[in-house]
Design a protein. Structure first.
Length: 266
């Protein structure tokens, strides 16, 4: 179904639920493609290993639903594996080499371009991918000849997250924030009987990305539980509020024309 402006106004936004013909028409309308990227890794005693995949996918779905009547948009299948060497010692974790991660993203984005799309946004949900994606963004853009944008969904709404949570100011790992969001979308996968065990040292996600003298450390050096932060006061309501804030922030930026309006500023 299309509106008078020619936009696809059906509710379906997932690439793998659309026909090739419909995808081709969306490409002709200059649709944005969101590519969720996560990780499969340990998330403490109370959460499943697929948290980052579930959450990045859900933020993309909500973002797409918010803007599809104004801007054609598609959510590509989620990349379920990323850079997670620091979690391997806990078990339950898959991890890629940076070169493999680069090759995988290159080939997936190339497939999106070959399908006729010219605007790609990689929406990351795993802190361990952030440094790699920052380095790869320029390479992917150069290699593919289109602007490939990258973001980490929780970095789009840091003030809102700080206002929602009680025991921390940002998303950490298997923490109040991630546990709350999982309660909001996949509550059956949250083991509420183990929330008291879900605690560990806090860290500042922004400070961790600041260029300074650093070495890589195993996550076990930070926490014996596999958790960074405190999940005890997680709630479905907090999770829904964070997801709404993240999707709204990304939707606003995409509707404003970012990042393509600003890409020439360097």
């Amino acid at each position: 179904m299309s509106d008078s402006a020619g936009l696809d106004t059906t509710d379906e936004v997932f690439w793998n639920k659309l026909s090739a013909e419909r995808l081709g028409k969306l490409a002709e309308r200059e649709a944005i493609v969101l590519l969720p990227v996560g990780s499969t890794e340990q998330h403490g005693p109370h959460l499943p290993t697929g948290v980052d995949n579930f959450l990045s996918t859900e933020v993309c779905r909500r973002t797409a639903q918010m803007i599809l009547t104004r801007q054609p948009i598609v959510v590509a299948p989620t990349v379920w594996c990323g850079l997670a060497d620091h979690h391997v010692s806990f078990g339950g974790t898959f991890s890629l080499r940076l070169s493999t991660f680069h090759a995988l993203l290159h080939d997936l984005c190339r497939s999106i371009v070959d399908a006729g799309f010219r605007r790609i946004v990689v929406v990351n949900g795993h802190g361990g991918n952030m440094g790699g994606l920052s380095a790869l963004q320029q390479e992917l853009t150069r290699e593919l000849g289109v602007e490939v944008a990258t973001t980490t969904y929780f970095m789009e709404c840091l003030p809102e997250i700080a206002a929602i949570l009680d025991d921390q100011d940002c998303i950490m790992h298997a923490c109040e924030g991630e546990t709350s969001m999982m309660m909001a979308i996949e509550n059956d996968l949250v083991d509420g009987t183990r929330l008291d065990e879900a605690c560990g040292a806090h860290f500042d996600i922004v400070e961790s990305l600041t260029p300074s003298l650093k070495i890589s450390r195993d996550f076990r050096d930070l926490t014996t539980s596999g958790v960074a932060g405190t999940a005890k006061r997680a709630s479905e309501a907090k999770g829904a509020a964070i997801l709404e804030a993240a999707a709204s922030a990304l939707a606003r930026r995409l509707l404003s024309g970012e990042p393509w309006l600003t890409s020439a500023k360097g």
